[in-house]
Design a protein around this ligand. Structure first.
Ligand SMILES: O=C(O)C(=O)Cc1ccccc1
Length: 293
């Protein structure tokens, strides 16, 4: 989707064949992608300037926000969101070819916490007594079982991981709900669209809003009316712990408008006049990934 003559370096939550990797190739192609073992590693790589961008999962339709991304992005990062890509997620049960017959006798099932949670009913029904082990990504679990053929361990991951690591798909589509999509965000130190020529009709802006210290009753209502009377459509509002004490929250607010729109500028000013602290993560476009993997 980016200019074919220019390939930026992009840190992604790897290894190869993770869902994040699939999303990264959709946006950036195959060149310049740098696998990182964890979400904090992706965020640190782009913050330190080792890569131009990082791409990480932000939110899943079944499980909600990815806490690791929220923690590192909203608590003290200097990063902006340049794009988001929403992808359909299909989870499969994978085993090493050597363990095809061990399915009734597994010692553990391993995957990313969100993948385990997305398949919870399946696991509860079929593997109630089997330990579930969390890994840094679905692909890390797939790679692990391919490198340890003698372990009676299954992984949960995508079809590409099965192909890449030579694994047998023991059961397809084990996610509990059909509509399983994940939002991945592209982050960098630069505020602005991934593609400069992006048009603003399809824009979204993400804000982090903190309430004033002297939190008054009806404050959230006041914040929402700032957007409501300007007919600014919110696609998300989520409260997250500020980590400063029980009951202290900030809000993540996504607005379906470009930050430069006069109504948005007015909204930000009005929030400031209510003594809210507002940090903008910038305006960006949403890309949709075709279902395939
Ligand atoms: O683990 C992966 O492959 C990821 O990219 C993170 C993730 C996990 C589960 C659903 C979507 C993304």
């Amino acid at each position: 989707m980016t200019d074919s003559n220019y390939s930026p370096t992009v840190a992604y939550l790897g290894p190869e064949a993770s869902f994040t990797h699939v999303a990264a190739t959709q946006l950036f192609g195959n060149t310049g992608l740098v696998s990182q073992p964890t979400i904090p590693d992706c965020i640190e790589a782009v913050t330190a300037g080792h890569v131009a961008y990082a791409i990480v999962p932000l939110e899943n339709a079944l499980e909600g926000s990815v806490p690791m991304t929220i923690d590192y992005l909203f608590h003290g990062s200097e990063l902006f969101i340049n794009a988001e890509i929403s992808t359909p997620i299909e989870q499969h049960l994978l085993v090493n070819e050597k363990q095809r017959e061990a399915l009734d006798n597994l010692d553990s099932v391993q995957s990313h916490p969100h993948a385990l949670a997305q398949c919870h009913k399946y696991l509860q029904y079929h593997y109630r007594r089997t330990p579930l082990i969390q890994t840094t990504s679905t692909a890390a679990a797939a790679k692990y079982i391919s490198e340890n053929p003698d372990l009676r361990v299954a992984a949960i991951g995508n079809r590409l991981a099965a192909e890449k690591y030579g694994l047998h798909i023991a059961e397809e589509n084990i996610h509990d709900f059909h509509f399983n999509h994940t939002r991945f965000v592209v982050l960098s130190l630069r505020k602005g669209y991934l593609e400069e020529e992006s048009h603003s009709e399809n824009s979204k802006t993400t804000f982090m809003v903190k309430l004033p210290e002297d939190d008054r009753s009806g404050m959230l209502h006041q914040i929402l009316s700032v957007f409501a009377w300007r007919k600014l459509n919110l696609s998300k509002i989520e409260s997250r712990p500020l980590k400063t004490g029980l009951g202290n929250y900030f809000f993540i607010i996504d607005v379906l408008e470009n930050e430069d729109h006069p109504m948005m500028m007015g909204a930000i000013e009005e929030l400031a006049s209510l003594n809210c602290s507002v940090r903008s993560f910038g305006s960006y476009c949403t890309y949709e990934q075709k279902p395939s993997r």
